[in-house]
Design a protein around this ligand. Sequence first.
Ligand SMILES: [Zn+2]
Ligand SMILES: [Zn+2]
Length: 138
Amino acid sequence: MLGGGNLVTNLPRKQPHQSPHETVDGNENCGKCSSEIQECDHGLQCERCDTWYCISCLNLSEKEYTVLSVRAVFHWFCEECENKALHAVRNDQEIEERCSTYMKNINERNEMKLKSRQRLLLINSQLWSRRNRGRLLA
Ligand SMILES: [Zn+2]
Ligand SMILES: [Zn+2]
């Protein structure tokens, strides 16, 4: 007999999804002014580097903070990470542009190759028919 019950109890329990902006785990310090951000305080946590920032350092009013925090999907990056993200995006665009130019060149070259091959096939078939005709006449 197999102990089927074990399979159920051994399943890993999934952690309930938590928005990183809703609560502060313990005392966090603001990444800019180093002041403690407590649960009653308002702050935003960077999604990339997990650093907390108090709203006064972010030049956000309480009203703005409330509007931001009630949004269901809210992504926030600190200034440093935002700059990095922008830089990464710029790099991606550059790479994409370079790739598309490269692909265009390859396509053009392939088309030229295809055309010259078609011309060669045409010449070959003409030669063949001429030769064949000659043989028929001989
Ligand atoms: Zn601060
Ligand atoms: Zn960050």
